[in-house]
Design a protein around this ligand. Sequence first.
Ligand code: GDP
Ligand code: IMO
Ligand code: MG
Length: 423
Amino acid sequence: MKIDVLLGLQWGDEGKGKVVDVLTPHYDIIARFQGGPNAGHTLEFEGKKYVLRSIPSGIFQHGQTNLIGNGVVLDPILFRQEAEALEKSGIDLKKILKISKKVHLILPTHRLLDAANEKSKGSAKIGTTGKGIGPTYTDKISRNGVRLGDTLSKDFAERYANARDRHLHMLESMGETPDISALEKEWFDAIEYIKDYDIVDSEHYINHQLNEGKTVLCEGAQGTMLDIDFGSYPFVTSSNTVTAGACTGLGVAPNKINDVYGIFKAYCTRVGSGPFPTELFDETGKTIRDIGHEYGAVTGRERRCGWIDLVALRYAIMVNGVTRLIMMKSDVLDNFPEIKACTAYSINGEITRDFPYSVDSDEIVPVYTTLPGWRTDMTAMKSAEQFPKEFVDYIHFLENELGVPITIVSVGPDREQTIILKK
Ligand code: GDP
Ligand code: IMO
Ligand code: MG
């Protein structure tokens, strides 16, 4: 029995989609367990580029089954757009994709509530992706949600209308009186489209497959620092992005989880508001953004850039039980004469290596170790034997600081630009 989890250790956009695609041939099933179309997972191969939002990144390899688990929130309209584009490019999605009956549906009014909530927060806004994620999970937890399985029941229209009316009242109290008739029609058309997919009792399905000896890779969305419990609250998303989220988001028991792949960039980025202790406001930050093309895959927003934060990474490794590390985008630092890594925080003069309750950037001064850069173009490298000495030293330094081996290094966006280290 084997179920591994791959998840982001920073503030999202670590490169999860790329690596899930690379690892897919080793698994039978690829499963998303939380989040929704707030995710944007980019894959590049054979000169083509795809950005996946709700659909797992295991759809491009050898016909593996892909599963959207119960912990995901699904927007029928965006799902349809994403799925139809993939079908046009030749993917027989209906054959390889299963969707849990228990996924919660994002209603058109959830998106409007997301926007209205943000507006009402003014300068304290979270900077959400605007996809209705928070309001949909709020309805789930307050036991008011509408699930995909409900679409198969006779009173579905009534359940939908009850939720919509409640949302419209909330919107009205916030001064919004939107006309949603066109959106509603599109939404119901998309529901009919989804009904052609295999809508399953996913917790039964996945456990049955595991008992049959099949292997599963769980694909995280967002990142640990955006987790609803452990992230930089309230500037977080509304789901558990950590390993435990794979258990609740798929219905697999904790003792079935095998390896946990923790993925991070050789530096750090964040999109949206909230604290970011190692953020760079200078030319170096701008250079990282330019070379790393750090603009959001979903919203196109500029990503904030900074040096790698080992305090936050150690914390993320701890709460996730990471067994293997994956380092992405090291090529972005190929030309840097020196590289900095934050190994501790100084908070009001006191040094700590443990991630604190509050990460208000104003109070925290990062303590940096400076390492020599490798100043070598690594983008065409195929094996660890080709690595420059400074890069090998950088890996050893990180492994030493983090206490977990780095088993994969990515040196470019393409599927081929991935180096598996033998560990
Ligand atoms: P995800 O949300 O974790 O899947 O990551 P995103 O797709 O949002 O952002 C990662 C971006 O970096 C994408 O544009 C990828 O194509 C790109 N990328 C992934 N790995 C590498 C790498 O090793 N080097 C470079 N330069 N780009 C990479
Ligand atoms: P992937 O899977 C980066 C951020 C938003 C915002 C906060 C809350 O591509 O790594 P939400 O719409 O979830 O209510 O927004 O979380 N955020 C992400 N940032 N990558 C993502 O996903 C993100 N999904 C949400 O920018 O700060
Ligand atoms: Mg992304």
